[in-house]
Design a binder for this molecule. Sequence first.
Ligand code: FBP
Length: 569
Amino acid sequence: MSSLANQLEQMESHRSLFENAVRALPLPVCPAFGSADALQAVRFAGTGQVLASRDAAAVAERFAQSVKASGNAVLRAEGVAVGRVSGKRVAVLFSGGPAAGGHNVLCGIKRMLGADNTVLGVKGGPKGLLAGKLFEVTDAHVAEILNTGGFDFLGTDRTKIKTPKQFEQVKKTCVEHQLDAIVIIGGDDSNTNAALLAEYLFSGIKADGSGVQVIGAPKTIDGDLQVPGLLPISFGFDTATRIYAELAGNILQDTRSSLKYWHFIKLMGRSASHVTLEVALQVKPAVALISEEVAEKRLSLGALVDEIVAAVVSRYRDKGLKHGVVLVPEGLIEFIPEMNALIAELNDLLAHEADAFAALAVDARAAFVAGKLTTAVAALFRSLPGYIVDMLLAERDSHGNLQVSLIPTEQLLIDMVRARIKETAPDVPFGSQHHFFGYEGRCGAPTLFDAAYTYNLGLTVGALILDGRSGYMASVTGLGQGGQPLAIPLTGLINVERRHGKDEYVIEKALVRTDAPAMRFFAGRRAAWAADDLFASPGPRQLWGPAAHQLPITVALNDGLPSLDFKLG
Ligand code: FBP
């Protein structure tokens, strides 16, 4: 075999030159944990801050044991742990959509627990926990997965553990595998699940009457798990937005080269527009729609189309530009007031008439639905193109949600903009292309920020377990000053929300606040970006080099940091 063929074969099974190099990247550790070579477990103590959610009284009743133990007090790492804890068996699972850095959380937990405790990986997310699919994680596994993207080492799923039967199944897994702790790495819903499990497993699980600890870690590329001052961002957001910003920057470069297209780019983010806002701040497009602002100003679909048409027309008439980029958040459709009303009626209708709907031929379904909607909503429904109607009627996800990633909002906007230009400004050319960036960004190799942040989140989770804590979510703050490990009581984040006709305990999604510094900065610049080509092309994410230590711009602005640089360790 030639030496080139030999070299190429060696790249199989995650052994590209890049993958080999990232595995060897050193990771900084927060000063509280000592140093990478001499890692130390820590004690946690109250910061003095106590969280009080809107529905604190109801939460204190439902989560009585957890609230009694934590008092909803925020904890920080304070001082070295006394004595070494050994013999703990800790199960770790991923939940929900993948996000870069998950493997490093697992590696950090393993490192903190050390050789005298056992880490077990749960295969296939919460479903794997119910089925008891656990295996021991070894040092060899850690060497293999460190700094790699994706959740492929364990897999994930979106099962919600909420029925009494499911809780019993978890208890069975705990007993069978002699678990002392469970770690749930997930988003808002998964951390709500962690709180429910922490309460259920709080006591009476083991023969001596003690319980099983439950700790959460904040994951989601959507960036909608944030707590001002306590949790700067969920992990995976930085990697995903840098990948999207590179792709959007390349497209912007293309628009100014080929001089003929408007590109409409839909960006992932099921509800919140954090991803779109971050990418907009990175690349400075002609237009970026922010769902939360659309809802707040009660902008109709027609008003959004008018806003885009105004940019297309003025760029052409004032500057001769026939091109531009429009960023569209994935969740937009649910934030447009009239579409929101339509989706709400559809959700109810499809839930109540499920059998009758399923029995119909596919091409008879739209007429059946239209006949049952209220008059104004039915008129809107009938006015939508078939490709949108099909997706509005498509199967809901396992949480009963509309699958917004399947709705081609970007295409709908293009069609409506084209029609409006033909009607009102026929002299203005409008060539278009559309894209959806989502799955491209979730599993990339973590940025240096996500790699270091997640490793330290893992160390924090491990330290909380060794310190005997349960019902907390790990966090790291002070991103510009070395990093401070924190523990946020999950019950302090929980409220009661009406979902699908029932009151449920939930951690609410942190949506974009229109008065936040990042949004205000964007609002102050967007008119200039619409008027001319002022875009930036941030290039590929860097693990070495000048942009390697860059934080998400939204995080730096919202946290009032003096620069974009992060410093952990
Ligand atoms: P999580 O909130 O579970 O992290 O998932 C986020 C996300 O990537 C959304 O941005 C997107 O709408 C959704 O997952 C897509 O889910 P799926 O992988 O089931 O298609």
